[in-house]
Write a protein that binds this ligand. Structure first.
Ligand code: RP5
Length: 181
């Protein structure tokens, strides 16, 4: 239907129509309405040539799917999970409770409460079940954090992260240079 073709279009834009063969990162979100925010994580991973999969998994609307996703992620070769959700954002925490993989939570600004609801839902985890929470709507940082985590055992990737940081630094230097002083 309409939702399917819209999703296909957006994912084609991100992934060039190429589903990742062996995804190392799982990007999941509670709704397709999170996709405009969450696709930034996919873009970063693509920039670093890290294979990723993008899925809609809802803690409240498809709880069984959330269970099977979280319980099977490790054996499927996923190494890091990025989970985004808005409002009563239970997805990242629930997934973290069912997998030993690192879970990065992205609070999506989806309600009248400006995303503070999502942020608190994701960051206020009980002791023993960590979720690395990034800023509201900052899926870019979630992608970058995933690259850094994978970089611990992938020196190639770590070197590319160092280069990325250097490039960002150079951008600032150029902007500073261009300012009329
Ligand atoms: C959450 O509720 C989703 O992650 C989304 O951010 C929010 C609203 O979802 P929709 O009603 O737009 O599908 O489950």
């Amino acid at each position: 239907g309409i939702v399917e073709s819209r999703l296909k279009f957006m994912l084609t834009e991100i992934l060039d129509g190429q589903p990742a063969a062996a995804p190392r990162v799982g990007i999941i979100m509670g709704s397709d309405s999170d996709l405009p925010v969450m696709k930034e994580a996919a873009k970063i991973l693509r920039e670093f040539d890290v294979p990723a999969e993008v899925r809609i998994v809802s803690a409240h609307r498809t709880p069984e799917m959330m269970f099977s996703y979280a319980l099977s992620a490790r054996e499927r070769g996923i190494q890091v999970i990025i989970a985004g959700a808005g409002g009563a954002a239970h997805l990242p925490g629930m997934v973290a409770s069912m997998t030993p993989l690192p879970v990065i939570g992205v609070p999506v600004r989806a309600s009248t409460l400006d995303g503070l609801d999502s942020l608190l839902s994701i960051v206020q985890m009980p002791r023993g079940v960590p979720v690395a929470t990034v800023a509201i709507n900052n899926a870019t940082n979630a992608g970058l954090l995933a690259v850094r985590l994978l970089g611990i055992s992938d020196i190639d990737l770590q070197a590319r992260m160092a280069q990325y940081q250097e490039d960002r630094r150079d951008e600032v230097l150029v902007k500073d240079d261009r300012l009329e002083k």
